[in-house]
Design a protein around this ligand. Structure first.
Ligand code: EPU
Length: 458
């Protein structure tokens, strides 16, 4: 039986080739009656940022890749749509398992409209360039935090591997000298998740050996490397800051299951920290949550680790804490808005410093509408804890800011209405259902007919 809106969207896509449209527009909203402690169990879905890389990585494989634990979120749907538009055969096996066969892909020119809908479409460059020696793609779109999201490190790496890369009229046009990339030593000037994965994708079929230094170490980087290795690639060192890739002739089909989403789990941990109550968060890798667990404990929240679950409980008041976001294993930037929201309700003054993005505080103005006392000074937010937040009409400016707005609504007195929920649906599977099952009063309110939210793809 189909339940849950995102699942509906994904299955609709699979059955009829539909895609989301009017992305980012505040057509619909979430309405939350806050002030209820959360209690119960939540199952965590597959990792978004692994899925959005693994789906295009299938381009490199000759044969069928069966990928399990794909989260039913709009970013995954768009990546699958891009593959379909290139000529891949994409079939649903179960609600979270896809068979992807990219042997029918003949074009290295990706659908430009679709690509502009998400940031992770940049992985098409590495995958197409690695497989076909050329790629024409649109500059990636995706969440806009208010600052620049460059891809110069990706381009620097492709160039070192013998590609000529031109960025012109919103397009990235890349061509490998002699039709095939060659291995290279690449030092990343900034620790970049996207550049690390993209260069891994480009390198697996390249001639010779590639070494990526100052590589990012996030769990999803290890997951993508494991996926590629299980299909026959030779990647060593993923999870450290030096990754070595020996190019192989070909990859062949196989099975792979995506790891659980660290940030989805962290978001529900933050939610129960804010509302009080007790949540058993299941299907997680507790090690990936260590820095989030430690920070919550510092704030007076109890976190008990099981083998593949964490129990998160708050009975007493929240204490202030400072935090600084950093690349893994540091505190994840993708948890910054959610934690700042919880700290807005802690006793005392907390300092939150954003160490990854130039600007990720656009959501603070929304929290102010609910009574939060937060001042932003450059990359630091100074958070003076208040006793309570009050429901208001607010807006999600990006995916994680949207998650923070949901947490604020769950904690607030009265009714909160959140617009811009399309952002939230990029990365949270069945958010309404999961929260409702643990006692939240949160509803999806549709302001247009469901048919208006989808259109036929080409
Ligand atoms: N950067 C450069 N040049 C580059 C690439 C990045 O200067 O060529 C800078 C960025 O401006 C930023 C820093 O390096 O200051 C880190 O950027 P990174 O490349 O690591 O980010 P990304 O790959 O574009 C991924 C996630 C983001 C997450 C960041 C950091 C995906 C699809 N996105 O983005 O996730 O914030 O890593 O961990 O994997 C999210 O899920 O909500 C999200 C935004």
């Amino acid at each position: 039986m189909l339940t849950g809106k995102s699942r509906g969207i994904l299955l609709l896509f699979l059955a009829h080739g539909f895609i989301l449209t009017k992305e980012g527009e505040p057509l619909n909203k979430y309405v939350i009656r806050g002030g209820k402690p959360l209690k119960g169990q939540i199952d965590i879905s597959g990792a978004k940022n692994a899925a959005v890389a693994m789906i295009p990585a299938a381009i490199l494989v000759d044969g069928v890749c069966r990928i399990e634990n794909i989260p039913q979120i709009s970013d995954a749907v768009i990546q699958l749509s891009i593959l379909k538009s290139l000529g891949a055969d994409v079939r649903a096996v179960t609600e979270h398992t896809m068979d992807i066969d990219c042997t029918g892909i003949t074009s290295a020119v990706a659908d430009l409209d679709l690509m502009q809908k998400l940031r992770a479409s940049y992985y098409l460059i590495g995958a197409l360039l690695g497989k076909f020696g050329e790629a024409t793609v649109a500059m990636p779109g995706g969440c806009n935090f208010g600052g620049v999201r460059p891809i110069d490190q990706h381009i620097k790496g492709f160039t070192a591997m013998g590609a000529e890369v031109e960025v012109k009229n919103g397009l990235v046009i890349a061509k490998a000298e002699g039709g095939k990339l060659r291995g290279a030593n690449i030092y990343l000037d900034v620790v970049s998740v996207g550049a690390t994965i993209n260069l891994m994708l480009a390198a697996v079929l390249a001639r010779g050996r590639t070494v990526i230094e100052n590589a990012a170490r996030e769990p999803h980087i290890v997951d993508v490397a494991n996926f590629l290795n299980s299909m026959g690639a030779d990647i060593r060192g993923a999870g450290t800051n030096v990754i070595k890739i020996r190019g192989v002739e070909r990859l062949s089909g196989g099975f792979y299951s995506i790891i659980p989403d660290q940030i989805e789990a962290g978001t529900y941990m933050a939610a129960v920290a804010g509302t009080g109550g007790e949540l058993l968060i299941k299907n997680v890798i507790p090690k990936h949550l260590n820095c989030i667990s430690s920070k919550l404990e510092e704030m007076g929240v109890e976190v008990i680790e099981g083998e593949d679950c964490v129990l998160v409980r708050r009975r007493g008041p929240l204490r202030r804490a400072n935090l600084k976001t950093q690349p893994y294993p540091g505190f994840p930037t993708d948890m910054q808005p959610q934690m700042t929201t919880v700290l807005a309700l802690a006793r005392g003054t907390s300092h939150v410093t954003e160490g990854v993005w130039d600007n990720r505080y656009k959501y603070v103005d929304e929290l102010a509408k609910m009574g939060a006392a937060i001042r932003v000074d450059g990359r630091t937010a100074i958070v003076d804890g208040v006793d309570h937040l009050t429901g208001a009409h607010i807006k999600a400016w990006d995916l994680r800011a949207g998650a923070a707005m949901v947490i604020a609504g769950l904690c607030a007195d009265g009714v909160t209405e959140i617009e811009g929920i399309e952002y939230i649906e990029r990365g949270y599977e069945n958010l309404i259902e999961k929260l409702t099952a643990v006692g939240a009063d949160i509803k999806f309110v549709e302001e247009t007919e469901p048919e208006d939210r989808v259109k036929k793809a080409v």
